[in-house]
Design a protein around this ligand. Structure first.
Ligand SMILES: Nc1ncnc2c1ncn2[C@@H]1O[C@H](COP(=O)(O)OP(=O)(O)OP(=O)(O)O)[C@@H](O)[C@H]1O
Ligand SMILES: [Mg+2]
Length: 431
């Protein structure tokens, strides 16, 4: 028995006993006991009514105060109410956190009931699958994902493998669908956008095809000559020298190709932790200009170098050398004899800008967005003739991005092209 209840019981017995003693003095014990019991019942009813009133209006009214046993009951209720409110708050916070997390998830999540109707879905389900919550609640999923392969997968009830289907909202996007059986006949569907993985796979296989194709032509030339010479070695030394010169040219081409491929692979995999050295831009560009003059040879280009800013940038020397040399060499290679090439280093709005402008043939508009793709060449034959591999601008793009910058290409047919690298103010070192 609870001590408070015991106390209350003893108090009632004491009251009855007191009423009996006082009543016996007047010979009215029964009446006095009845009055005490009646008063006690009224007191109890008043408290029951206060409790009932509070239960009905507990949202707006505070708990009534009481004394003794009723005080204890009200106090216990008060503690219960307080802990209930606290638990409710914790539950609300958890639900809010869960909602925030599912909203931020890039994957679509849909919960189906046992009739394959939508119970709930997150925000990504709308953009990837076209399922809106709460508008589509209780809609059969087959109305929204009208894909036979998906329905077969859903009904098969063997979800060990992931299903790839095009997104019902954006047919160009590819989704990986995974179904997870959930509690009480419910099913959780998770759809992940794997378009970029698909794209990477395609890029990888086209890269392998391109690289093999590029290597195949010099190998074919060299092995063709070797085969002929094996059967019939030319006695004419002039002819032999010519053959050896061609084979040497082709082997050089393979060497360049392999070295460019290695540079690209390094740029893709190496961390950028050696990218904070101050680079003396004026000295670097002067050195590249000197080698560009040698490359220009008898084409007699006018090569102008304008250092308009004394500021340097922080970065990696080898990579920046390769970046600037690639762009300047392209200008020299593709600009006809006696053309003009201007190399410019300047500061615009606290950003460091490197640009090379040439008076070359220009690049047709439709090619510009593809120039930084591997092996992309506007004029394949002309580029091959000049020894180009089509990897230079892919390397340039990687290096610019590894230095937090961006590459801009503008060109006008028969006027010339400008390749501009813009580095952010965070890389700028002022002097
Ligand atoms: N300054 C330029 N003027 C005209 N066309 C250019 C210029 N720079 C690049 N191009 C075009 O862009 C293509 C891609 O250039 P990129 O530097 O990537 O390859 P490449 O010069 O052919 O080979 P390499 O890997 O040896 O640099 C070139 O083949 C050429 O058609
Ligand atoms: Mg090039």
């Amino acid at each position: 028995m609870h001590p408070q209840f015991q106390r209350e019981l003893w108090f009632l017995i004491f009251l009855i006993f007191l009423a009996a003693i006082i009543g016996s003095a007047f010979d009215l014990s029964v009446l006095f006991i009845s009055i005490v019991l009646f008063a006690y019942i009224i007191f109890t009813f008043i408290n029951i009514s206060r409790l009932h009133h509070w239960l009905l209006h507990r949202k707006d009214e505070p708990l009534p105060e009481g004394r003794g046993y009723w005080g204890e009951i009200f106090h216990e209720l008060f503690l219960m109410e307080k802990s209930h409110a606290k638990n409710k708050q914790i539950l609300n916070d958890t639900i809010l956190r869960f909602q925030d997390a599912t909203t931020a998830l890039p994957d679509a999540m849909i919960i189906l009931n046992k009739h394959q109707q939508i119970d709930w879905s997150n925000n990504a389900a709308e953009s990837l699958v076209g399922v809106r919550y709460p508008e589509d609640t209780h809609q059969p999923i087959s109305n929204l994902i009208r894909n036979p392969a998906f329905m077969k997968y859903l009904n098969k009830a063997d979800y060990h493998q992931v299903l790839n289907i095009p997104s019902p909202e954006h047919p160009t996007k590819q989704l990986a669908v995974q179904i997870i059986p959930y509690v009480k006949g419910q099913t959780l569907i998770i759809c992940r956008d794997i378009s970029h993985i698909k794209q990477l796979e395609e890029m990888r296989s086209s890269f392998v095809a391109n690289a093999s194709h590029e290597l195949r032509s010099p190998i074919t030339v060299i092995s063709g000559y070797l085969e002929t010479m094996q059967q019939n070695l030319p006695t004419d030394t002039e002819k032999l020298r010519k053959i050896i010169k061609t084979m040497y040219g082709q082997s050089k081409r393979m060497e360049r190709l392999v070295s460019d491929l290695l540079s690209l692979s390094k740029l893709e995999t190496r961390p950028t932790d050696q990218h904070d050295n101050e680079i003396d831009i004026a000295a670097l560009l002067t050195a590249i200009k000197e080698s560009a003059i040698i490359l220009s040879d008898d084409k007699n280009h006018t090569i102008e170098l304008n250092i308009n800013s004394q500021s340097n940038i922080s970065g990696n020397y080898e990579e920046l050398y390769s970046l600037f040399a690639n762009l300047i060499n392209n200008a020299v290679r593709y600009t006809p004899a006696k053309g003009h090439i201007t190399i410019l280093w300047e500061e615009i709005d606290s950003q460091a800008v490197f640009s090379v402008t040439d008076s070359g043939p220009g690049i047709p508009m439709q090619h510009i967005p593809h120039l930084t793709e591997r092996f992309y060449r506007v004029n394949v034959d002309r580029s091959r003739e000049s020894g180009g591999t089509g990897l230079g601008l892919a390397i340039v793009k990687h290096i610019v991005e590894r230095h937090d910058g961006r590459l801009e290409i503008t060109s006008k047919l028969n006027v010339g092209s400008t390749f501009r690298c813009i580095f952010p103010s965070t890389r700028l070192i002022k002097h």
